[in-house]
Design a protein around this ligand. Structure first.
Ligand code: ZN
Length: 339
């Protein structure tokens, strides 16, 4: 009961990339960088194992950013001429590349780190990919002229990489869709169908992560405008419950999400966020266990996976590691409560 996992990312070591940044520059280049990414992947796996994490990830050590780590391998995009757009419904401005032709995949994206992680752990392995809607929201379009058409083209590319990752021995493929908490009507109209396209033909476990974003200022400011109760999940959970996605990863601890909304995910495994990535205060195991116990009132305990609210990429590394340990200990404590 209550196996543990993380949303996906961990901070990168200072010898690999700039620290405490969402878009860090690499410290190395060429073959040295490629080797360093694999070393950092191994470290991330080991740190998760030591903290008692059951479903480990590569820590996203090989990608500069969770969306652009994928787009770097996509043809039909002009990275040289970035334009400023408002993303996540204008929550913040970002300099993004432009789609100038039909999108194609230039070979494998995450083969090296997935195979390296697989070779060094007996635990279940999770790899994350950005979801189609979130990608569409993070690039400018001068080719498709229709964001749904572009999303399905992207979903096909994601599916190609997802199938290859499954063949590499990945147990869980998770799609990160923070945009699902912004464009709720689009989720129902085409977002879930685009995810279905991305998971077509997979037999491994599939997951979607839907959060209120990293702990950066733009997100903290946005959350302050959402009122006393955050009910975005209420609109999308019924559609997700009816979807073919196996697991839904959600933000719970310190969020103003009414916990009873989790019952709308009936029939799904729920990755319950029990670690706050927007705060440097390290949770106690008791606080983690309390969130899992609260969630158990609305989700069958055997369907609960203990997780983090979001990725930990921009955090201080020592704090992230302490939070990992709290997650492992808190889940163990919660198992004791349920006996
Ligand atoms: Zn997230």
């Amino acid at each position: 009961m209550f196996p543990t996992t993380i949303a996906g990312s961990l901070p990168k070591p200072a010898w690999l990339a700039e620290t405490n940044k969402l878009w860090p520059s690499w410290r190395l280049a060429g073959e040295e960088l490629a080797a360093a990414k694999l070393d950092a992947t191994l470290l991330a796996v080991k740190e998760q194992e030591d903290a008692g994490i059951d479903i480990v990830s590569d820590g996203e050590q090989s990608r500069q950013h969770f969306v652009h780590g994928f787009l770097e391998f996509v043809g039909g995009i002009d990275f040289a001429h970035k334009v400023e757009i408002g993303i996540r419904n204008d929550r913040y401005k970002a300099m993004v590349p432009t789609v100038t032709g039909a999108l194609t995949l230039n070979g494998r994206v995450h083969a090296a780190e997935a195979r390296h992680a697989r070779a060094h752990t007996a635990k279940k392995l999770k790899i994350t990919l950005p979801g189609p809607m979130t990608i569409v929201d993070t690039i400018a379009d001068r080719h498709y002229g229709d964001k749904v058409k572009m999303a399905f083209a992207i979903a096909d590319l994601l599916n190609t990489e997802a199938r290859a990752l499954e063949a590499d021995g990945v147990d869980v493929l998770q799609f990160d869709e923070p945009a699902f908490n912004v464009y709720m009507d689009d989720v129902k109209a085409w977002g879930i169908e685009a995810l279905h396209r991305a998971i077509a033909g997979l037999s491994c476990t599939t997951a979607v992560h839907i959060c209120y974003g990293y702990g950066i200022k733009a997100n903290v400011d946005w959350k302050a405008t959402l009122g006393g109760e955050w009910r975005q999940y209420e609109e999308t959970f019924p559609a997700l419950a009816a979807s073919r996605i196996d697991q839904v990863s959600v933000e719970c601890i310190n969020a103003k999400v009414p916990i009873e909304l989790l019952k709308l995910l009936d029939g799904k495994d729920v990755i319950v966020g029990a670690i706050d990535v927007a705060s440097d205060t390290v949770e106690t195991p008791e606080e983690v266990a309390r969130v899992l116990a609260d969630a158990s009132a609305f989700v069958a305990p055997e369907r609960i996976i203990a997780g983090t609210n979001c990725g930990m990429a921009p955090m201080r590394r020592d704090i992230a590691l302490a939070k990992l340990a709290a997650l492992g200990k808190g889940a163990a404590l919660a198992r004791g409560y349920m006996r």
